[in-house]
Ligand binder design. Sequence first.
Ligand SMILES: [Fe+2]
Length: 318
Amino acid sequence: MGKTPRLNSGNSPSRHSNGPNRSNAPLFPGKEKDHDPSRRMFQLRKHVMTLVASVLTLGYALWEPRRLQVNHIDLKFPSFPEAFNGLRVVHFSDVHLGFHTGRKELSKLAEQIKDQQPDLICFTGDIVERQSEPMRECVPILASMTARYGKFAVLGNHDYRGQQQQDVMNMFREAGFTLLLNQHIVIERGNEKFAVVGLDDALTGEPDLDGAVTGLSESVWKLLLMHEPDYADYAAPHGFGLQLSGHSHGGQVRFPWFGAMTTPRGSRKYVQGLHYTSKPQMPVYVNRGFGMTQLPIRFLCRPELTVLHLSRDDVSER
Ligand SMILES: [Fe+2]
């Protein structure tokens, strides 16, 4: 039988060559890997696929901010006033007007809020990115939001950033929001009542827990609004039923298995969704926010509108 010619490089001797090899002459000149068209195609395909995946990922990350997610959360409390059973609290946060979010986007959010038929609307800070001016044209939209027992707001760190917090506060009031800065308001129905307590921002303002609940009976069930969720550990021993917060944006960019890329100070422990403090156990719900900051993208971290359904946990019926 005759020997089959090898397709090896002309530069590298065959391992099987043993003395003069009459059939060792390469069929094709040059180095094997440089001239292999299938390898070049593989490299080209790899680069094209990486480019396509990057463009698609970026495209999605630019689009995700408009994919609002409405999350419904049921919570029961032994001391919740029975007269308010099934209370629908619509919670939104971190709109960041002036940073890729404006009148058009807020109008859509207002429609979604209206669809939820809220009993209470709660906003937990950062209505603007820095300047108060972009809020001006949004006052009529904020004014159009209505809820059976009223709408309440606290300030976030970005509301102070442009040092125009007074304008922000004025516009909130103009829009019919009750701004709670270390204050509370009692909501009554028949002989029963609960309180909404709001604190000033923890990073840039001066939260005063004791001042906020002054005059409020310890037995009254209390809902706390505070921009920074990690404040829950300080608030829990003061007898609050539930804390609502924002600030984290859920990280804004999240990766599977890894989670949030980064979260700001004040939202490193409680990043998104429902958590409980330890001793005493108080639920804190962290809304991922509606807008964005730093980068005009979201990834695996959709903007959120939360609808909390609150009722009494009647232990005696078990
Ligand atoms: Fe914030």
